[in-house]
Design a protein around this ligand. Sequence first.
Ligand SMILES: Cc1cc2nc3c(=O)[nH]c(=O)nc-3n(C[C@H](O)[C@H](O)[C@H](O)COP(=O)(O)OP(=O)(O)OC[C@H]3O[C@@H](n4cnc5c(N)ncnc54)[C@H](O)[C@@H]3O)c2cc1C
Length: 450
Amino acid sequence: MDYPDSSPRHWRFIYASITDMNNFLRNWGRELYIFNENLPDLFTDISRLFEIKNIFSHEETGNAVTFRRDKEVKKFCDSHNIIWHEYPQNAVIRGALNRNHWDKHWFEFMSRPCENPELTPDKILKLDEETKAALPLFDPVDSWILPDPQMQPGGMTAGNRYLKSFLESRCLQYTGNISKPEKSRTTCSRLSPYLAYGNISSREVYRKTLAVMQENPSKRRHLNNFLARLKWRCHFVQKFESECKMEFRAYHRVFADLKFDYRPEWIKSWEEGRTGYPLVDASVRCLIKTGYLNFRMRAMLVSFLSFNLGQDWRNGVHFLARLFLDYEPGIHYPQFQMQAAVTGIHTVRVYNPVLNSQRLDPDAAFIYKWCPELRSVPADLVHEPWNLTEIEQKLYNIRIGEDYPLPVVDLKSSVKQNVKRIYDLRKTEEAVRENIRIKKKHVRPQGGGQ
Ligand SMILES: Cc1cc2nc3c(=O)[nH]c(=O)nc-3n(C[C@H](O)[C@H](O)[C@H](O)COP(=O)(O)OP(=O)(O)OC[C@H]3O[C@@H](n4cnc5c(N)ncnc54)[C@H](O)[C@@H]3O)c2cc1C
């Protein structure tokens, strides 16, 4: 919980998810117990009261903390003759050295029927008061219990509701709105936190989507695009599973040594949504309040940090992890490195915040919502507020530089300088050699994508 990628919004979501499961289990007169102790110490405590024969868990592709914990649990299980059953939640192959048969594996995993666990009372243990008192039961803090109405609620019930409404009607606008910061909020599936925390499985989503596609040809195009992203999900988690050092450094050896001119005041302006670029600022402020942004805006934030502010991706990776309600290390780290262009093999994508603003938020609905100080400025002028003349500023009753900041950096010259560094490095012999290693390990063959 103290790790820099962790934040109370994640724990609130997890706690709500467990509460939801408990509501469900109440039908069988049973409940889940939450303990607050490190593993494997908790197992030592439990084994004083019960004989542990099996441990069941999902297979986690997590950060360094959960990896270390898993190694300790494994050691404990081996030395106590306990069988640890881990169930994969993604089509991820542990220890994979390349992607040669990965697509086939993904398809087989997704096509497998979902589990149908037996929840009869005699299979589930109920603790009496005395036993409970002997174990470190957890009391949640207030910030976990109180719901935040601006964020998606945790739990299987909410996850199923989002899936149902998406497949019924929201998906019809999926493709057209996917990059728009405001409209995508209702027409993307919004399933990411439910997938990240296991409220709903990607297999279940896949199967239900296929069923809807068979019945509704008009939804096919949109749902095909959606399923492609569901596959990307596993593809990215697989990258992180195969090369988890990317939590700490660029997985491309040459880019790992890239030097940056550290400018904490620029990073602060980015974190506070005060860069002077309305779409960037609205995105950060929206994320702080709601925990969600669509893909394009996330990519734009990383692009701005890397190519406009010229900062090391590591100076933003934990900040955004804490803000994303759907934080999933397996997607987050590889995506972050890809958008920061430190993977060497991907196209360098610079997202110009002005052009994106004019194209994707033309009526400025998103900007006005999150930067209310700009509401008096007409939509056609609000994308570049630094260009407002003295007379316009008087007319719209706003002082740029006081009520709303001036741009922290110049858009064009900053990109030129920072992108040149990337391209220069990409040309070096060592980079080309490293590309071969990376492609072999992480890229799916036969045009299967990067
Ligand atoms: C820098 C950066 C960091 C990101 N960090 C995360 C993260 O921590 N957790 C996370 O779930 N997603 C992350 N994404 C991917 C993507 O932005 C979100 O999955 C998506 O916006 C979630 O919204 P949705 O559920 O409505 O997506 P939909 O468009 O409805 O897609 C359905 C599902 O497919 C998966 N998916 C969608 N887009 C991508 C993608 N580009 N890469 C991998 N999987 C994808 C997600 O599980 C998503 O829920 C990140 C993207 C970037 C650029």
